[in-house]
Design a protein around this ligand. Structure first.
Ligand code: FAD
Length: 454
């Protein structure tokens, strides 16, 4: 591949918003995984339209210059990490939205944040469910490219469950429209789904057609403290055996302490683990709430707190969402996203604790527990080489543990660059080769996000 001569790009494509000032491009080198090996891009292009994206990709293919698609840069796996001499192509200025209440769909451009989509559809009495903790600042295009999850996914599913159609620009500049605002559609291969979760390696998403639900009533909340992590994870399985709450989140004592240090909201600092559950059931709300509270009590919860007050419920949800930024303040993070089938959740969380103890590292654990999807947050100080080495060893050991338990190395953040060394262990050689064949078919020059995923 050749490095970009940005003058060529500027003169070849008039009216393109090209930024080359190193003070500006520096801000587009990394995502929130803060990959220390991030490259230095020659230019950042802020696309304003599908035509801009098409022009950049045509030019890049002709010139053999790599392009890293980027939404809001909130990714946690190094997916939007810049490549030396390449272009970072950001969709942050593509911000249109049209809502159709009749089909309960919205056609949106990728640069809107998840929260902006939620607010726009709420004006029509509708709801876009997927709710990553980063919903206030991640882009809807990035959500599709990573197949983002979130807190309500235990009941409502993940991003792919809400994508009916996509407009995608391929590496050679071809624009394809896949699916659309049709509630049923069996025509052809399921190509829309191929691009969901493709992490910018197969095409650039320039428009999304989203499926919406009617707005939900405010949820009721049950919060419980536990004196053992095992009790909490077993409570999770006892609940999911019978029902799916609208939220079922886990925080261990390190995460609780980190959050409490900043929010000072009276979280139980004596607890080894905390579970936050919600019910939004319109009819049998009381039964659901009573069942969850009972399940917590039967699992030896030391404290169970129930509230119908939406503001109190939101305070606990906000505390859970704040866990990653709170733990980030303890040091550099190696952020895991391992998930397992639900019956293996207790073994996974116990095993993570054992690995952290054996490697003598600080590891906070938070989890979308009702999905079996955990986020061990390994804290380390890069200035301490021995500690960093132990942290990196633990990072791999936790992924291998999840795989041994029949799980995945990533439940929602994607593989990016940071987890790609472990992808073959999960997929095996045949599926890896199939994945490479699909990549070669769509992007034979490896222009799009080279170095990510594969
Ligand atoms: C505090 C915090 C909490 C988080 N909580 C969650 C959570 O609960 N659940 C969850 O799933 N994630 C979570 N995340 C991770 C992150 O917010 C999501 O992965 C999000 O979907 C990334 O969106 P983005 O716009 O920031 O994408 P970016 O980081 O910019 O990019 C992510 C990937 O998508 C690709 N990409 C971006 N836009 C496009 C496009 N238009 N076309 C093609 N490819 C594209 C990039 O190349 C990259 O590979 C959290 C992050 C933080 C910082």
């Amino acid at each position: 591949m050749t490095a970009l001569d940005e003058r060529d790009l500027v003169t070849s494509i008039p009216n393109l918003l090209v930024l080359t000032d190193p003070d500006v491009t520096e801000g587009y080198r990394q995502d929130r995984a803060k990959d220390p090996d991030a490259g230095r891009p020659s230019a950042v292009v802020r696309a304003r339209s599908t035509d801009d994206v098409r022009a950049v990709l045509r030019w890049a293919t002709a010139a053999g210059v790599p392009v890293v698609p980027r939404g809001a840069g909130s990714g946690l796996s190094g997916g939007a990490t810049a490549v030396d001499g390449g272009i970072v192509l950001t969709t942050e200025l593509m911000r249109g939205i049209e809502v159709d209440p009749v089909t309960r769909t919205a056609v949106v451009q990728p640069g809107l944040t998840n929260a902006e989509v939620k607010r726009a559809v709420a004006e029509h009495g509708l709801w876009y469910p997927p709710d990553p903790s980063s919903f206030e600042f991640c882009s809807i295009g990035g959500n599709a490219a990573t197949n983002a999850g979130g807190l309500c996914c235990v009941k409502y599913g993940v991003t792919t469950d809400y994508i009916l159609g996509l407009e995608v620009v391929l590496a050679d500049g071809t624009v394809v429209r896949l699916g659309g605002p049709r509630l049923k559609d069996s025509a052809g291969l399921s190509l829309t789904k191929l691009f969901v979760g493709s992490e910018g390696t197969l095409g650039v998403i320039t428009e999304l057609t989203l499926r919406l639900l009617p707005a939900q009533p405010p949820a009721s909340t049950v919060v419980a403290s536990f004196s053992s992590v095992r009790d909490a994870t077993e409570a999770v399985c006892n609940i999911t055996r019978v029902m799916r709450p609208a939220m079922l989140e886990f925080m261990d004592h390190t995460a609780i302490a980190a959050v409490e240090r900043h929010l000072k909201m009276g979280l139980d600092l004596g607890a080894r683990a905390m579970l936050i559950a919600q019910s939004d059931a319109p009819g049998d709300r009381e039964n659901e709430m009573a069942f969850i509270a009972q399940a917590f009590a039967h699992a030896n919860a030391t404290d169970v707190f129930v509230t119908d007050d939406p503001n109190e419920g939101e305070a606990f949800t906000a505390a859970r969402r704040f866990a990653i930024p709170a733990v980030e303040r303890l040091g550099d993070l190696l952020l895991e996203d391992v998930g397992v089938p639900l019956p293996a959740l207790p073994a996974l969380v116990d095993g993570i604790e054992a690995i952290a103890a054996q490697r003598d590292i600080v590891c906070a654990v938070i989890a979308h527990a009702g999905d079996g999807n955990t986020h061990p947050l390994i804290v380390h100080d890069p200035a301490d080489p021995d500690q960093s080495r132990r942290a990196h060893l633990a990072f791999g050991e936790i992924m291998h543990l999840a795989l041994k338990l029949g799980g995945t190395i990533t439940g929602e953040h994607g593989v990016g660059r940071l987890k790609k060394a472990w992808l073959p262990d999960q997929l095996g050689p045949d599926v890896m080769e199939l994945t490479r064949r699909i990549k070669r078919a769509l992007d034979p020059q490896n222009i799009l996000n080279p170095g990510a995923v594969l």
